[in-house]
Design a protein around this ligand. Structure first.
Ligand code: BMA
Length: 340
């Protein structure tokens, strides 16, 4: 096994479980007590899934997609000592505009939470005369200030890089259409100030492999490693009984992240367990966040399961990078800078 360096903080309290010896060759293995968040987790919320967490204080904090009992998704704050047992606040996050006036989206789903320098950014999908991307910042998890919408509709699945690259913030997203889009590639955009976004580049298209042949979308914030940016993303296949969402892996160039260095032709994890196969939308595994320990190379992946639960899976940077490289197939489209 190679020795890949994982950059970033050490996180001795990362949730962790060793792989089952009989299934030791898997690139990602599930936490044995999944799902970590079950149904009706808090009053007024029927399901929590597709959610993101970061280390905070001596524990963890997260933004959670909560499907209210009226079916409308919003973002809820949650706290945890161990990253496994979560206490979700019963009130949804109250966003304001930059003047401090209430400024709530009509709906908000699939939040990501990324710390860049001293600020935490929440990025989600919301209504802006059609599905588009919303962004807010916080430094204290008490006030949440919405920033300008980065893009016109339609766009979903925005994922921010955890540091500026060549002086700019960098965001991955998946432009789409107004419906439950049966297509879609990952693009990248840059901004000097989190307000004006440009220098758009194509990163990767839906794959030729069947598990990701319908569409793909960013997952967790990319992880900085000595091999490049490690990206967990979702890939969708179409079946006669609906879409299936699996977790894929790719490694992007560290200085030019629209260039894909390696892309795993196999999924890393696909719906197999009851909580992934059975739920509000069956057959969905949808990664939105990771926790990483640079000292040991351990990675914990948080993923939504069947649009009903939160699951946790583990790997190490060595194991997952080796697996991605060993099964990598990149197309000329993946390897180009992405500008035409
Ligand atoms: C996508 C998003 C996700 C959801 C998935 C499966 O388009 O809406 O929030 O998990 O579909 O339903």
């Amino acid at each position: 096994m190679s020795e890949v360096k994982l950059y970033g903080e050490s996180l001795p309290n990362i949730p962790w479980q060793e792989p089952d010896k009989d299934r030791g060759d898997q690139p990602l293995w599930r936490y044995e007590h999944n799902p970590i968040i079950g149904r009706n987790p808090v009053k007024g919320v029927a399901r929590i899934f597709n959610s993101a967490v970061v280390p905070y204080g001596d524990g963890f904090i997260g933004v959670f997609r909560g499907e209210q009992v009226n079916g409308i998704p919003y973002i809820y704050l949650g706290r945890s000592r161990d990253g496994i047992r979560w206490e979700i606040e019963p009130e949804k996050i109250r966003f304001t505009d930059e003047q401090g006036r209430p400024f709530m989206p009509h709906y908000a789903y699939d939040p990501r939470l990324v710390k860049v320098e001293d600020t935490y950014y929440i990025i989600w999908c919301q209504d802006f005369y059609g599905a588009s991307i919303g962004i807010a910042r916080t430094t204290d998890f008490k006030t949440f200030v919405r920033l300008e919408n980065p893009f016109v509709p339609f766009n979903r699945n925005a994922v921010l890089f955890p540091r500026k690259i060549n002086g700019n913030y960098v965001l991955l997203s998946r432009p789409s259409d107004s419906a439950h889009t049966p297509f879609g590639d990952i693009f990248l955009s840059e901004s000097p100030d989190m307000e004006y976004w440009g220098r758009h580049r194509h990163v990767m298209g839906r794959g030729s492999e069947w598990w990701e042949s319908v569409k793909i979308g960013g997952g967790a914030a990319p992880i900085e490693t000595s091999e490049g940016w490690l990206l967990f993303y979702h890939g969708v296949s179409g079946t006669c009984n609906g879409f299936v969402y699996s977790i894929g892996g790719a490694i992007l160039d560290i200085d030019r992240p629209s260039v894909v260095k390696y892309r795993c032709q196999n999924f890393l994890l696909t719906p197999e367990e009851w909580y992934e196969e059975r739920g509000f939308v069956p057959n969905v595994t949808f990664p939105c966040a990771t926790l990483c320990d640079s000292a040991t190379g351990r990675i914990a992946v948080y993923y939504g399961a069947a649009d009903s639960y939160v699951g946790l899976a583990f790997t190490t940077v060595d194991r997952v990078v080796d697996y991605i490289k060993a099964s990598s197939v990149v197309t000329p489209d993946d390897m180009e800078i992405g500008r035409r």
